[in-house]
Write a protein that binds this ligand. Sequence first.
Ligand code: DQA
Length: 144
Amino acid sequence: MTSLKKFLIINGPNLNMLGAREPEIYGSLSLQEIIKYTENNLAGKCECVWYQSNIEGEIVTRIQELTKQDYSGLVINPGAYSHTSVAILDALHMLKIPVIEVHLSNTHRREEFRQTKLTAKASTIIMEGLGKNAYLMAIQSQLL
Ligand code: DQA
């Protein structure tokens, strides 16, 4: 029996506040509810490990650990760090696995400062505007 592909899903700052945070932009589901929704739709197809932090350095450390671990891909929503973090960009550059950057909202329809995505320079794929389906579709793209 072949083992299932394993994915790490990293969520950056303020994504622990989904549901309560600007629901007109990000929807009414909490992160826990989105995780459950994603896991239910992927049941038996892969293994998902979820990590959330509001702290840039913690995210960098988790990405560094990935270089020594056996994962098939990283899905990352860096939140606002996407627009600012050279440290996360540098960490992502070390990875040899596909990196799928996701944003729940379509940032191209939003403020000018959200148009710059430093972290996307190290991403294999970038997906935006899919709301609660963002993580599900990012992982599914690696299962085809
Ligand atoms: C976000 C978009 C970012 O601009 C914002 O700072 C977030 C969430 C998204 O998922 O749409 O925190 O990454």
